[in-house]
Design a protein around this ligand. Structure first.
Ligand code: F0G
Length: 429
């Protein structure tokens, strides 16, 4: 068993027994943090030891995850995603040290798989046969897949307007999918009530303290991929703030254990129509003022971030930055990534690059800095907006005339289909 000491409330510090199911603090309602005995694991997670370890995400980092040695949850090959150097976009922006950690390469196309494997493992450990969560779509499909793999029943709650791709993915994995006639925040509240009444294991982001632990493995991998010298900035598309907080926890742990000498600054990017964390952080006040979320980046359309405090603290501790971007900037970044780097992300996932473009433009981030954007989820899950401004397919007869049409089309285009249409607007001034 890993060295978990306790679950501790992020606000009032009340402690809870990690062997019992507890979601949020019964005193103040805040989220809980999983606390480890780092002295007990220090030797096992030194660089040399980790470098020699292979196997699944849970096997590699088992000492710092809530998994037992004899009950490693059934995985699907999650994690170990590449950190790709963005040469073309970097050239265009004048940012020579720009990277994209491509989380679209996870088994269900999203970083959530890192959390789902842990949450399902805990459900098995606690003897629950039904898992549930509320989601803007990605966490739902991910949990559905891992529940299928572990032969558990799943109920996933999503807002009615969730893209059909995400809904059909959940259905394919055999989830019971509930579409709520309301937004994410209403969906979330209803699902919590369902779990309380029906005894399902609640795997929702923020409420389930163990999910965050899976997300911190992004930080572990970044440390390894950057030869134990993480870049200056880790840029994260942010909704509830769970991913941001999880990644920061991972860096903090590796720092504490002496594996890295410096921690990066965390950068939270939210969509302009759903940016209460950004507003609060800019005011330097950890007070959540919920908004009615309005953005086409559905994955991060969250007006009341459930992990607000953890995310806020992560920004403060890391001397981080919070910024919002417009929907147009998000779609532009989505197209840039696909056409120049071959990474097809959904709009919410491209918010990190949109944020970098803005932050280097206004001078908050130095162009020479090391920057790693987390590209959180695949464009196949929400493809509608990628088609905006894109060329339409050629539809031709299967004849020589058809071939001539293709040739004329080719000759009418610039030599390379790339992001040049956008670069003049974002190039260094
Ligand atoms: N990117 C993508 C693709 C997401 O699906 C999400 C969250 C985020 C970023 C933001 O992460 O909430 O931890 O700050 N999706 C959740 C879901 C809400 O239900 O799929 P966060």
């Amino acid at each position: 068993m890993s060295a978990i000491l306790t679950l501790r409330c992020v606000r009032c510090k009340k402690e809870f027994d990690p062997r019992k199911i507890t979601y949020t603090c019964d005193e103040c309602g805040e989220t809980l943090d999983v606390v480890y005995d780092y002295s007990a694991v220090a030797e096992k997670v030194q660089r040399s030891e980790l470098e020699d370890r292979h196997g699944s995400l849970c096997e590699r980092y088992r000492d710092l995850l809530p998994v037992s040695d004899n009950a490693v949850p059934p995985g699907l090959g999650e994690g170990q995603t590449p950190a790709l150097k963005c040469n073309t976009i970097g050239d265009g922006l004048g940012t020579p040290n720009l990277y994209a950690k491509d989380e679209t390469q996870n088994p269900t196309g999203v970083f959530k798989d890192r959390a789902s494997v842990i949450a399902v493992g805990k459900a098995i450990e606690f003897g629950r046969r039904t898992v549930a969560l509320a989601s803007t779509g990605n966490a739902a499909a991910s949990l559905a897949a891992y529940a299928a793999r572990a032969s558990l029943q799943s109920f996933v709650f999503v807002p009615e307007r969730t893209p059909v791709q995400k809904v059909s993915q959940s259905i394919a994995y055999g989830a019971n999918i509930v579409q709520v006639k309301g937004d994410y925040d209403q969906t979330f509240d209803l699902m919590v009530e369902a779990c309380n009444q029906f005894g399902w294991y609640n795997c929702s982001p923020a409420v389930n303290p163990f999910r965050t632990e899976g997300k911190k493995t992004i930080a572990y991998e970044v440390c390894e991929q950057f030869n134990w010298e993480p870049p200056d900035w880790i840029v994260v598309p942010t909704g509830n703030g769970c991913n941001l907080a999880g990644i920061w926890k991972g860096f903090r742990e590796f720092y504490k254990l002496g594996s890295i000498q410096q921690t990066p600054g965390m950068v939270a990017i939210q969509a302009g129509g759903a940016d209460p964390l950004v507003s609060a952080y800019k005011k330097k006040k950890a007070i959540l003022e919920p908004v009615h979320a309005v953005t086409l980046a559905g994955a991060i359309a969250i007006g009341r971030p459930r992990n607000f405090l953890k995310a806020f603290i992560s920004l403060e501790e890391s001397h981080g930055i919070a910024e919002s971007v417009t929907d147009d900037e998000i779609v532009e970044a989505q197209i840039l990534l696909a056409r120049n780097e071959g990474i097809f992300s959904e709009p919410g996932a491209a918010a990190s690059l949109a944020g970098v473009i803005k932050l280097v433009d206004i001078g908050t981030i130095d162009r020479k800095d090391g920057i790693c954007c987390i590209i959180t989820g695949s464009g196949l899950k929400d493809p509608e907006f990628a088609l905006r401004g894109s060329s339409k397919p050629l539809i031709i007869e299967p004849t020589n005339e058809g071939l001539r049409t293709i040739r004329e089309f080719e000759l009418s285009k610039p030599s390379r289909v790339c992001c040049n249409a956008f670069l003049p607007a974002i190039a260094p001034r």
